[in-house]
Each structure stands twice: as structure tokens, then as C-alpha cells.
Design a protein around this ligand. Sequence first.
Ligand SMILES: Cc1cc2nc3c(=O)[nH]c(=O)nc-3n(C[C@H](O)[C@H](O)[C@H](O)COP(=O)(O)O)c2cc1C
Length: 157
Amino acid sequence: MSASKTLIAYVSKQGATEESARKISETLRSKFRLEVDLVDLKEQKPLDLVQYQNIIVGGGVRGGRVYGKTLKFLENDLSGKKVAFYVSSTWAGTPGSYENAKSRFVEKTLAKYPKVNVVSAEAFGGRIRYFGKTMVDNTDLAKVEVWAEELGKKFTQ
Ligand SMILES: Cc1cc2nc3c(=O)[nH]c(=O)nc-3n(C[C@H](O)[C@H](O)[C@H](O)COP(=O)(O)O)c2cc1C
């Protein structure tokens, strides 16, 4: 099988990372004609990564840490693949704390996986819901779509 597909592997607890994953997949399919598989790492059994040329890895942040199953996925052998990484974090969606959130949750996280060929990485806003009530929501799907278009160009050039 040729390694031409794109995988979006994500973990989401409050829904923000999942919505971004769906927006990214829609954009890559409709604007770049890429074949995309969307995989929830909370449910997924072991995956055959050989078939994927491009891999987007996403996860939320809790207690200052990216979700464990997202980090675990980065331990896979992703050599030879174009990898993109994103997090959902309410700090990242708060004016004034975006840079700090990106540095802490994206750059410092990726520094622990030096073998991964990261072509692009981003931090998006998130949301917090308690008992069905939304306490904070600074998600921004328009920003996610712009990033997805950048990824599409990188994956197809
Ligand atoms: C218990 C808890 C702890 C959290 N801790 C942080 C944090 O340390 N930093 C941050 O930016 N956001 C924090 N958040 C907000 C999450 O990043 C936000 O819920 C985000 O949307 C998570 O991604 P998900 O919706 O895909 O699960 C926290 C949320 C909860 C519920």
C-alpha cells in the first residue's frame, strides 16, 4: 500500500480538540483532496501507521500537561512522515497568555520528541464545562481552518 494517506489522531475530553480535528479533516478533504482518517485515541486499537505519509496529532491540556494518550502516541516511530501537532488549552485562547501556552504546551512538549519531524505546530483555545454549563469557551474554529490550509499546502508540496 502506498503511504499517501493523512491521519488525524486526537484525544479530547471537553470536545475542543475533536471539533478542531473535524475542521482540519474537512479542510484537507475539500480543499486539498487528501484522503484523511480521523482517529480518537481514547477508543482506537493499535494502528497501522505505515499507510500514512502525514500525521496530525492533537490533545487537550489539563493541569499544565498535554493529555497522556496524545504524548504516548508521539512515542511511535514516525520517521519519514510529515507530522503536525496541536493542543487545545484555555490559556492559549486567552489574550496575553497565548505565547506562554504555546511555548509551554507545544514547544516544550515537542522538545521531548526530537526524532519527530514536525512541519507545523499550534496552540488553540479550549473550553471548560461543568455539569452541562459552559464556564469558559475560547475555541476558534476560524483559526483552526487557517492552520489546516497551511498544513494542506505543506502536505501537498
Ligand atoms: C480539570 C481541568 C484542568 C485544566 N487545566 C488547564 C491548564 O492547566 N491549562 C490550560 O490552558 N487549560 C486547562 N484546562 C482547560 C482545557 O485545556 C480545555 O478544557 C480544553 O478544551 C481541553 O481540550 P478538550 O476540549 O479537547 O478536552 C483545564 C480543564 C480542566 C477541566
